[in-house]
Design a binder for this molecule. Structure first.
Ligand code: SF4
Ligand code: SF4
Length: 146
């Protein structure tokens, strides 16, 4: 009989401990997301693929087509092209292509860009089985953003 009551007591005690933990956890802040219906806000230092940064006022690219980022990239991911236009000082950016399949996110390109025309995006939601989906036209992406 004593064994029965001992078992009953220890069972009730462990149930109470379990319930206490469950109730405590219920009132803690939620740290998970309902992905893909909700998106994460990435930390400021998160490194997604690089992107062109638009001028704060005009939204136009700050790129001066110096080619420093292309030369600095150890993986050969970047292709930059520009052209001279009538009445415009310097070159106008026409092509900025990033082959993200080869990018190691080393940051050499961002560091080498003196005008601050490129930076890391906060994009983390990339998924595809096609390589072509990771060749980015950054000029188009900038235009689509503005
Ligand atoms: S982060 Fe590094 S590897 Fe990626 S494009 Fe820039 S320089 Fe190239
Ligand atoms: S280093 Fe900067 S300004 Fe020069 S081509 Fe690259 S993005 Fe443009």
């Amino acid at each position: 009989m004593a064994g029965y009551f001992n078992e009953l007591f220890s069972g009730t005690k462990s149930l109470a401990i379990g319930l206490r933990i469950t109730i405590k956890e219920c009132f803690k802040p939620v740290v998970t997301l309902q992905y893909p219906h909700e998106s994460l806000v990435m930390t400021p230092r998160y490194r997604g693929h690089i992107e062109l940064v638009g001028d704060a006022e005009t939204g136009e690219t700050k790129c001066i087509v110096c080619g420093m980022c292309q030369r600095a990239c150890p993986s050969g991911c970047i292709t930059v092209k520009g052209e001279k236009r009538e009445g415009v000082k310097g070159k106008v950016l026409t092509v900025y292509q990033l082959d993200f399949t080869k990018c190691s996110l080393c940051g050499q390109c961002v560091e080498s860009c003196k005008p601050g025309a490129i930076d890391f995006s906060h994009e983390y939601n990339l998924a595809s089985t096609r390589k072509e989906d990771f060749i980015f036209d950054l000029v188009k992406r900038l235009k689509d953003k503005s």
